[in-house]
Design a protein around this ligand. Structure first.
Ligand code: AMP
Ligand code: MG
Length: 299
């Protein structure tokens, strides 16, 4: 496990305004790490990720047997921030039966016939499951916040786009998360924080690598021009919605191995804090088990 004090630095403290410029995007987050050197840190990170993958698999089995809690992992970040890769690497050891990944794109017409939280309500993990949201309702306080014109096509009643409108959305999100937390869903929210320079490298690599070209979308370039607007929208969203029950973590993501290791560590840590247990066998059940054993062995 990674030391608690490093993890503390990633947390968006509830009720405190934040500036993303105060968070690292690289690998060396302290002088101690710098001194250790990148290769040594990378090596150790790989070991921790492996340990956590095993731990996550075990934790998931217990979560499933216990059936009182569920985990919701929310992944957000600019294009190319590494959301898909993080899911693939962190969840690779987990039994697919107890895990569900949901990816959310531009809302469809039938989804816009409902309120913005509707499609997410239906996608929430069931008790015992780990659910992953690859993008989420946070897009609804990011994309249309940066491009208010989008709201015009969303069949909304008058007042949309005003300060009160956004305040109400943040409040809806806080209430939604409070409700789920109170009913047993542990919510972990990750912002994969890449630098603008790193995004340029990754977009170029998408353009130049044949197997990555399919991932490229012209809108990635358009949205890149709004980088500072998005950063501001993220800062506001995280300030408004980082709570003790559903905290935000700003994950340095210029190095994929850093991001994956940290995300896995935070998930494992959160599950291990729960009082999970296998259901107890009653005296009555024990008698039945004993009977069944005798019966089978005498066949
Ligand atoms: P991708 O993750 O590359 O498949 O892209 C999905 C696209 O859908 C991204 O450009 C998102 O910003 C966009 N998107 C997701 N949710 C919303 C939303 N609620 N409103 C507008 N755009 C969204
Ligand atoms: Mg994309």
């Amino acid at each position: 496990m990674i030391k608690e004090k490093y993890m503390e630095r990633l947390l968006v403290k509830p009720g405190k305004k934040l500036s993303l410029t105060d968070f690292y995007t690289g690998w060396a987050q302290s002088d101690a790490l710098k001194e250790a050197g990148k290769n040594a840190v990378k090596q150790r990170a790989a070991e921790i990720l492996e340990e956590n993958r095993v731990a996550l698999n075990e934790a998931q089995e217990l979560l499933w047997a216990d059936k009182r809690y569920s985990i919701l992992v929310i992944l957000q970040g600019m294009d190319t921030a590494g959301k898909d890769g993080t899911i693939k690497h962190v969840m690779s050891g987990v039994n697919p039966q107890g895990c569900q990944v949901m990816s959310f794109g531009v809302p469809m017409k039938y989804e816009l016939d409902h309120t913005f939280l509707w499609r997410f309500w239906k996608a929430m993990p069931r008790r015992g499951e780990i659910g992953i949201f690859n993008r989420s309702y946070y897009e609804d306080v990011l994309v249309p916040k940066v491009h208010p014109v989008i709201l015009e096509g969303q069949q909304l009643p008058p007042g949309y786009g005003s300060d009160a409108f956004w305040e109400a959305r943040y409040e809806d999100i806080r209430a939604f998360e409070r409700h789920h937390r109170a009913n047993g869903t542990i919510i972990l929210k990750f912002f994969l924080n890449i630098s603008k320079e790193e995004q340029k490298e990754r977009l170029l690599s998408r353009l130049k690598t044949e197997k990555k070209q399919w991932k490229f979308s012209l809108s990635d370039l358009t949205e890149r021009q709004y980088w500072s607007h998005y950063q501001a929208a993220y800062e506001e969203a995280m300030f408004q919605t980082s709570t003790d029950e559903a905290p935000w973590y700003v994950i340095p993501a210029d190095y994929k191995w850093v991001a994956r290791t940290l995300v896995a560590d935070i998930i494992v840590r959160a599950i291990s804090r729960l009082d999970l247990r296998y259901p107890e066998t009653s005296a009555e059940q024990m008698k039945e088990i004993e009977k069944a054993r005798i019966h089978l062995e005498s066949e």
